[in-house]
Design a protein around this ligand. Structure first.
Ligand code: ZN
Length: 508
């Protein structure tokens, strides 16, 4: 190890410790913390964020990093150290231009805003949340502006800067063309499917599904997909999510509805997909700056690969459907697996992103992408959001949200300041189809699934994606794994093939 790297490493260790503590608090806030704690815990979060920031971005670190980037110094570093140095540079570019006081005020604001958003949603009133969201958007614009000033590329759009935080390399230009293709290819195809759907829209029986039984089944299912309970925790929260302290402490949560069995099942498969990624990070890099999934898009590619491509396939359910029937005999004993598969792949344009079917999902993301772009460029203001939201839902999905709760207030992301995050959901979904195509060429995926043997699939993903953490970006991973960079056509092709078959549509 280079002496210089040795000198800056303690800064990283301290920063990573603060980050782990922040992660744990965030988990706690979503799962167990009492409702009155928010205001007070926000101060703790502010303090810890400060420690994180001061550890990773300070004059000593900046000086030493600059020296380390000198060619001779850099060549003496190990491959992992080189990756850390590069990532650290990115972190500095992200955080350094932002005045510390403003950053701290911002983190305290978003720590409080979560609670306000939840109240607004409960009251079904956007006006409750609006002033907070305005403040958050102001900060996002200001921070992006600081970052824009600090770099040479003066022409870059503010929203491009935010996108970099979630999916480096995927700019407005690239995303615009990706979403254009989705609009052009999928909107008319979905209309065909919906028209055909009236005859084929199977549903699971409307019944009550005991929550304790759901919990038990979902816990079993997480393990079946590969969740390792000796290194992971399954909790409960309003919105299912996943997070991790390091590769030996990965946490996922689920939410159970008595009258909706599918929700908990597919959420747990989804979150387990995220968890597998973090379990699979190499121990040599966990708790370093590169010891996390490489991007939000790549992360979503894993969760959605398991949730949709694997988890909604007949091969996946063949060996385990009987167990679900045995768990809910009254409700499911008369539902053959063929009907179950049709039901869980039912296409139905709706108002809620997290409940959306696989085929219409990207259009929900499209609405958010366009709204965020307009907000950042000041084409619209926060007050305009509910209106813009509803119009776009009408245009792309043919549904008009009946309330703020089922419309603009449905997602938590904006209350956390996560602008630029949504596109990675659609991108990741498309990436998962590209990965699936590759996987089918190198292994008998369906056969493994039918035998209930998911290990080779997990191992393959670990070998080509998980172990590297942030050492490789999305396009590098795809290029090495599939022989080409991101290509949306596999996604369109996958959807058309699958749903033409399910809905008996010819000529597609
Ligand atoms: Zn996810």
């Amino acid at each position: 190890m280079s002496a210089l790297f040795e000198e800056i490493k303690p800064y990283m260790d301290k920063g990573m410790a603060a980050k782990a503590a922040l992660t744990l608090l965030e988990w706690d806030q979503e799962t167990l913390a009492p409702p009155m704690a928010d205001e007070w815990t926000a101060k703790v979060v502010g303090g810890l964020s400060n420690i994180y920031l001061e550890s990773l971005v300070n004059d000593d670190v900046k000086k030493k990093l600059e020296k380390l980037q000198n060619e001779r110094e850099f060549s003496q570093l190990s491959v992992i150290e080189q990756a850390i140095v590069k990532e650290w540079e990115n972190v500095i570019q992200q955080l350094d231009p932002i005045p510390q006081k403003e950053y701290q005020a911002y983190t305290e604001l978003v720590a409080r805003a979560g609670n306000i958003w939840a109240k607004a949603k409960e009251k079904n009133d956007f006006r409750v949340f609006c002033p907070y969201l305005k403040e958050i958007v102001e900060y996002k614009r200001k921070f992006a502006m600081y970052r824009k000033k600090a770099r040479k590329d003066r022409k870059i759009e503010l929203y491009d800067i935010l996108l970099e935080d979630y999916e480096p390399g995927f700019t407005i230009e690239k995303l615009d063309s990706f979403f254009e293709e989705i609009k052009k290819e999928l909107v008319p195809f979905i209309q065909k499917v919906v028209k055909k759907g009236s005859k084929k829209n199977y549903r699971l029986p409307r019944a009550k599904y005991n929550i304790e039984k759901q919990q038990e089944f979902c816990k079993w299912l997480a393990g079946y997909v590969g969740f390792d309970f000796s290194k992971g925790v399954l909790g409960e929260s309003e919105h299912p999510f996943s997070t991790n302290l390091h590769n030996h402490d990965v946490r996922i949560s689920d939410h159970y509805y008595e009258e909706n069995l599918e929700s908990a099942i597919f959420s747990i498969i989804h979150e387990t997909g995220h968890a597998l990624y973090e379990f699979g990070i190499d121990s040599e890099i966990t708790m370093t700056l590169v010891g996390f999934g490489t991007s939000m898009g790549m992360h979503e590619s894993q969760s959605r690969f398991y949730e949709n491509i694997i988890g909604r396939s007949e091969s996946f359910w063949k060996p385990i459907y009987i167990k679900l029937q045995e768990t809910f005999p009254e409700q499911l004993q008369n539902v053959p697996i063929e009907d179950f598969i049709q039901a869980i792949n039912r296409v139905e344009p709706g108002m809620i992103r997290t409940e959306a079917d696989e085929l219409t999902y990207s259009l929900h993301v499209l609405v958010r992408y366009e709204a965020e772009k307009m907000l950042l460029s000041k084409e619209i203001e926060v007050e305009d959001l509910p209106g813009v939201w509803n119009e776009k839902y009408e245009e792309y999905l043919g549904v008009s949200p009946d309330s703020d709760k089922n419309g603009v207030l449905q997602d938590v992301h904006w209350s956390c300041g996560d602008f630029g995050y949504f596109p990675s959901y659609a991108l990741g979904t498309a990436v998962s189809a590209q990965i699936y195509k590759n996987m089918q060429e190198v292994m008998p995926v369906e056969e493994y699934l039918e035998n209930g043997n998911l290990l080779p699939i997990r191992d393959y993903l670990k070998e080509h994606i998980y172990q590297y953490g942030k050492r490789k970006n999305t396009n590098e991973i795809l290029e090495e794994m599939t022989g080409e960079e991101f290509n949306a056509s596999y996604y369109i092709q996958y959807l058309k093939e699958k749903y033409s078959k399910l809905y008996d549509i010819n000529g597609e």
